[in-house]
Unconditional design. Sequence first.
Length: 323
Amino acid sequence: MIGKLIRSLKQRALYYLEVYRDSRRYLGACDWAGAPKRNRSVHLLGDIIRKYHVVEKALAMPEFRPGSAADVVKSLILDLEVWETLPNHDVESISQISAAHGVLGSYLKRHQELNFDVSETFVNFQPKEGSDTQVGGANPYAINQELDWSGLKKLLRGRRSLRSFDVSRIPTPEVLHSIARTALKSPSVCNRQTGRLHVFTGEKVIQLLEYQTGNRGFGHQVPVLFVVTSDMRFFLSRKERNQPGIDGGLFALQTVLAIQSEGMGSVCLNWCVDYNSDLKLREIAEIPEHENVIMLIGCGYPSSEALSPISQRYPAEAILTIH
Ligand SMILES: Cc1cc2nc3c(=O)[nH]c(=O)nc-3n(C[C@H](O)[C@H](O)[C@H](O)COP(=O)(O)O)c2cc1C
């Protein structure tokens, strides 16, 4: 009886310790009142993306209201002015800052077309010369409808996990880039795009999989390993504490489908580990502290004799409640 109680208390304490460590890592990265200054420019970039997204959505509303989102536009302009004073404008930020200018350009253009004066909102600010309204704003949904979606259901229902790979074939860097481009089309909260992919081949795969618990019997043959993470610096305060897992999970699924679209197969590999195993993987894979590891994905071309478990699904009625 006493033994059971002690075991239960110990498990409880260990659980809270894990939660505390996760929270400490999250608070060290995300944007909140006590955030360390080192992440200031990324937090600002996150603010800019969130704000331009609000304006972009306003531009796409079924009934556009002239002057709507003016406060957000003003605040976005202030952020962009601060941004210009900061160093380190990297690849990640360049695309998003030009999107922000594109959104403001589209906003101005829409109001000019409607003959609605927004000069008070744009005092002393002009979207960057040549800012491209194709990278920010709203365009007809019909452009997406023109795509041929007919085979998608069949493809989604046809995907299966692959655990038997052709070890002689490694995807080229072009293919890996193509996977990343497709994965980036995953939806994310306010388009903050926090999903990150770390790719490994060869000996590193073996080293990393040593800390993963579900690859017995096939791990040694995995040609390419993705470590999927979410950059927590783009999340806001305690309210978004679960968002890395949500956005990261969606991003991981899109990565799985992207791999499939390149003629390869994949297997999701859980990252259900304790703090120490997580630390080990971070060290070997050189994952920065501000990224949260979501899961791993083994990937490669299928071997000619690959088998796959049937993995029977529930009937739809079992999981669907139409209220
Ligand atoms: C988050 C996650 C973690 C998983 N971890 C493992 C794993 O560690 N080892 C493994 O062999 N399969 C793993 N899988 C794959 C599942 O077993 C598989 O997706 C499920 O049985 C359905 O089969 P299917 O993918 O072939 O449709 C994982 C799947 C997910 C989504």
